[in-house]
Design a protein. Structure first.
Length: 234
């Protein structure tokens, strides 16, 4: 939740995007409802802009929903979502699994929840890779995954249509170790040429290490990322 929200600012929206009200609920709460599951214990970390704390008390509004949430702030826009996520590295435990999620979407996927439960039921030493969830698209503004006949991911790409499996913006990593290793490797990759450090690209390092990344199908998907998209639901 540390982006500028520049497209909303240009359209005259003053309130930060994560706090925009949709049907009486702020967008960030719509987002986290997508991954909430009965019986799965979660801890939440939110990365926000310091100016949104100072001007809109976004930290207090988050705490009203999740009193034990970890909140980290950035003073300026980072070089991308991976760098932003690492702001919360200090509260990541070695035996955690991790979901990285954008604040401007909402989805429902029974298969995603089922597979997350299966992964969490195993000792951390017995799991690797991760899990993605997709919807059908061919627009180059999204990230994509190419999969085999068993819905196992072969590779991922950002802003490049390599299949019709567009990634919805929820990224599950079976182990914190795998996530952190891939994140630091991407940040230090001298061959990296993309304008931002995208979370979707981390999976290619896991796949290179012969780890398994699966794809879950989606039943419902709602994107609130631009004023035009949000107005559909207002």
């Amino acid at each position: 939740m540390a982006g500028e929200g520049s497209r909303f600012l240009k359209e005259g929206w003053i309130i930060p995007k994560p706090l925009i009200d949709l049907n009486g609920v702020p967008l960030f709460k719509h987002a986290i409802s997508s991954v909430a599951a009965e019986g799965i214990s979660m801890k939440y970390s939110f990365i926000v802009r310091q100016e949104h704390i100072d001007k809109y008390a976004i930290d207090k509004q988050i705490k009203e929903v999740l009193s034990d949430a970890n909140i980290f702030s950035v003073l300026k826009t980072t070089r991308g979502a991976v760098e932003t996520c690492l702001m919360a590295e200090s509260v990541i435990c070695s035996d955690d699994s991790i979901i990285v999620m954008d604040c401007d979407l909402e989805f429902r996927s029974k298969e995603f929840t089922k597979q997350v439960r299966e992964i969490l039921s195993k000792p951390v030493e017995q799991v690797n890779g991760g899990l993605l969830v997709s919807f059908t698209s061919n627009l180059p503004k999204y990230s994509y995954a190419e999969v085999d006949d068993n819905n196992v991911v072969i590779r991922t790409a950002e802003k490049e249509v390599i299949s019709n499996h567009a990634l919805c913006g929820a990224y599950f990593f079976s182990t914190a170790k795998g996530f952190l290793k891939a994140a630091h490797r991407l940040l230090n990759d001298p061959a990296f040429t993309k304008p931002e450090f995208y979370v979707s690209l981390l999976y290619n390092y896991l796949l290179e290490n012969h780890e398994t990344v699966r794809m879950a199908q989606i039943e419902e998907y709602y994107s609130y990322g631009t004023p035009e998209e949000l107005k559909i639901y207002l």
